[in-house]
Every structure is written in C-alpha cells, then in structure tokens.
Design a protein around this ligand. Structure first.
Ligand SMILES: Cc1ncc(COP(=O)(O)O)c(C=O)c1O
Length: 436
C-alpha cells in the first residue's frame, strides 16, 4: 500500500520559497500527483486547525495538479511553448512553479513584468501581450529587455517606435465573427482583415520588425475548429508580408482560450493538424501560446467561512466571507461559467461528519459579504443545514478570481492567503501545516 505525503505551506512572497520547496527531501526526485478529494480535505482541515480562531478565506494551490496540467500540455502540444497569461492568476508561487516547469509568460503591464522577473525569469521568456500599452510601461519594457510585443493599431506602432524601437512585433489579428468562445475578445482586440496590410506597412515604414502573428479566440473556446481558421489566416499574413517586401515572419502565437477539460484534446488535435497543413514547410517557425485558465482554473481551491445565516420559510440563507466583489468576480464578467463543485466542510455543526455525507439537503442561497445585493454567489443550491463557522469549499477557483477581486467594503481579495499542497504517493512521512 502506498502511503501519502501531504504538505500545506503558507506562502511567503520571497522568491526562493519554491526553490526550497522543490529541493526539500520531501519532494526532490519524488513523483508528484494531483490531490485526491480526501487528501485535499485533509490539507484544508490542517490549515484550519493551524489557527482555529482565524476564519479568513484561503486558497489551496495543488502543485501536483499544475504539474499534471503542464504534462498534458507537453504531451499534446510539445512544440508549442506556453507563455502563461499572468493576468489569470499572478500568485507568485504559481508563477514560479510554472517557470520551473519551462513556461514563458504573457504580461500585460509593467507590474506583471516585474512580478515575473522578480522570480528570476529572463526577459526573453516574456511577451508583452497587450495591444495598447501605457508609454511608461513601454519604456520599462525597453529598459529591462522585454523585446517582444503585440500590436493592432498604427498609433501603437508610433508609440513603440518612439519608446522601444528594438521591440519585435506580433500583429494581433481578429479571427472570424467572434462566436467561438464563452468570453469573446474580438470586439476589442485584433486587426480586422482590411487593416492588416496597412498595419504591416506602418511597422515596416517605421523600421520595426514584425516577426509574426498572434491571435486569441477568446477565453474558454467553445469551437476548437476555429483554431484551424485562425492558423490559416496567419499563414496568409506570413505570405502577404513577403509580398510587401518584408522579411519572412517566423513566429506564431496561438493565444489562450483553453480549458483543462476533454475539449483540450480536440483543440490540440485541430491545432496540430492545422500547423502541419499550413506551416508544415515553414523552416524555423517558433510556436508559442498564451494559456491562462488552462493552468490556473483547476489548480486552486477556495475555502470560505460561513459568517451569517437567516432562515426564510423553506430557504436557508448563508453569508460567506468572499464573494462576487472578491474571488467570484469572474462570475460577473463570465456569467455562463459553470461554477465548479461547492462542498460543505461543517467542522462546527457536524464534527463527526464534516463532509455532511448522507445528510438531508435544502434549497439554499449563499451571499458574499458586501453590502450590495449583486453579491449573491449561489441561489437555489442544495446544501445540508449549516451554521456560522462552518466552511464552504469551492473547487476550480484559480482563473480570474484573486486577480480580479476588489477591496470593496474593506474585504481585501489580495490579502487572501494561498497554501501550497501536493501529494507524493511514494512518500513515507506525513507533514501537515508546515508554515514557511
Ligand atoms: C492577450 C491575452 N492572452 C491570453 C489570455 C488568457 O486567456 P485564457 O485564460 O482564456 O487562456 C487573455 C485573456 O483575456 C488575453 O487577453
């Protein structure tokens, strides 16, 4: 029987945390896997037990899950280097773990570049993937040597020429009619077909080097076949540039939009086939991508505390200490997102059965803590009868959660702590709650 080794660590901001972690006896040369539900619950309980009087919400980052997801990427799209989209979840230890697994980074601001470089990532592993950059951020990118950026307007060409003339460019294009993703981006970003030649010419005239094409079909792509259309369009632009007398491009950035679901396999197969048919004979082509949700979503679990209760007829209403102005902000701008599982951990009400196995359930409403009725997290959701100081555990909460939350009413999303966890099936000892 294999014993399990579990560890939960409060994360400091120091950049060597992960190095210490990876080189520790507990982890080094051991195979890490994602946590089982039982292991995850053990970790959560050990975090809660560390300081039973503190009821703040917290995240658990399953490092083994992040590792499995990177392995999935590498097995399906081995020739495409992921440049993780920092905006999705900039948790430093998460960035550091992805960096250690070989990722590059898509940064959209100076602060994101700083965050990535502060963990030791070199500037050549960063793409400044915002099509409209503040001038001061461009100056900063030039100063630290981030020399690759996207653009989709001639004004941006002028700004880049002025503040960062050594920057290589990726022309970001809009693909199709914008109905390929749950959260489309095309109404705001990407050159329209009729703008492509003028934008190529503008950069060429400014003596800026356009090295390739970038696209992003939108977050949570629902029609993977759109990748084929986008890759075909990119090929046409590569050829157009040559016809305009520009040097041949050599970089294709296929953006993000992936989810860590079976749909990823379809998307990867479509991309592989399209790259082969349109770029099969393109020597020296460098392929990159900008996945965010793919890596972050399933790697993080959010644990919230019940801080209030009201019973109205048959409906039980609960208040928790995080909500739509915090980690669930993603529900506001992604209303079709199906929330992952929400499970009770009733350490207060049912200490002998905290997972509430086989208990009767009731129609329940769950509110966030903010004095605004929009802050309603769940309605008509089946939960057992819970009480103040029980916990609710939300799975798949890593994407556009902590990064998008606010400080509204003084509930500071950025102050929510993350605990690092992993499962090591070959370990022998069990260590819970070691803080570093
Ligand atoms: C330019 C760019 N790259 C990458 C991403 C990440 O997208 P996703 O999380 O869907 O992979 C986004 C998301 O908005 C984006 O705007």
């Amino acid at each position: 029987m294999c014993s399990k080794q579990l560890q939960a660590m409060g994360l400091g901001t120091h950049s060597n945390t992960l190095e210490i972690f990876f080189s520790s006896k507990a982890v080094k040369n051991k195979k890490m896997t994602n946590l089982t539900e039982v292991e995850l619950n053990d970790i959560i309980r050990s975090v809660i037990n560390m300081k039973p009087d503190i009821k703040d919400p917290f995240y658990v980052l399953d490092l083994g899950m992040a590792k499995c997801i990177m392995e999935k990427w590498n097995s399906k799209l081995p020739q495409i280097q992921p440049f993780y989209a920092v905006k999705c979840n900039p948790e430093p230890i998460f960035l550091a773990s992805l960096a250690m697994m070989g990722a590059g980074f898509d940064c959209a601001s100076q602060a994101e570049i700083e965050a990535v470089m502060s963990i030791g990532v070199s500037p050549d592993r960063i793409v400044f993937a915002s099509t409209c950059k503040p001038e001061t951020h461009l100056k900063y990118a030039a100063a630290v040597g981030v020399n690759l950026a996207t653009y989709d307007s001639s004004i941006e060409v002028e700004k880049i020429k002025k503040w960062h003339p050594k920057c290589a460019l990726l022309l970001r294009i809009k693909v199709g009619d914008d109905n390929y993703a749950r959260r489309p981006l095309g109404n705001k970003f990407g050159a329209l077909p009729e703008e492509i030649i003028p934008l190529l010419q503008a950069a060429h005239t400014a003596q800026l080097s356009v090295v390739g094409v970038a696209f992003h079909l939108g977050s949570a792509v629902t029609h993977p076949e759109a990748y084929r259309l986008a890759i075909a369009s990119a090929k046409m632009i590569f050829d157009t540039a040559v016809q305009l007398g520009m040097p041949r491009m050599h970089m294709l950035d296929i953006g993000g939009g992936f989810t860590a679901s079976p749909q990823f396999d379809d998307a990867a197969a479509t991309i592989q086939a399209a790259v082969e048919s349109y770029f099969g004979n393109e020597p020296g082509l460098k392929l990159i991508s900008e996945p965010g949700r793919f890596f972050a979503e399933t790697s993080f679990t959010l644990v919230t505390n019940i801080i209030g209760k009201r019973v109205r007829g048959n409906v039980k209403e609960y208040w928790i200490n995080d909500g739509l102005y915090g980690s669930m902000m993603n529900m506001l701008h992604d209303p079709d997102r199906v929330i992952g599982t929400v499970k009770p951990l009733a350490l207060n009400s049912y200490p002998d059965n905290p997972t509430c196995s086989k208990l009767m359930t009731y129609s329940s409403t769950v509110y966030g803590p903010i004095a605004n009725s929009l802050d309603t997290v769940l309605t008509d959701y089946q939960l057992p009868e819970l009480n103040v100081n029980d916990w609710l555990v939300f799975s798949e909460m890593g994407a556009y959660s902590a990064s998008a939350g606010s400080k509204f009413n003084g509930f500071d999303t950025s102050a929510i702590r993350t605990y690092l966890a992993y499962s090591n099936k070959s370990g022998e000892s069990k260590m819970n709650g070691n803080k570093i």
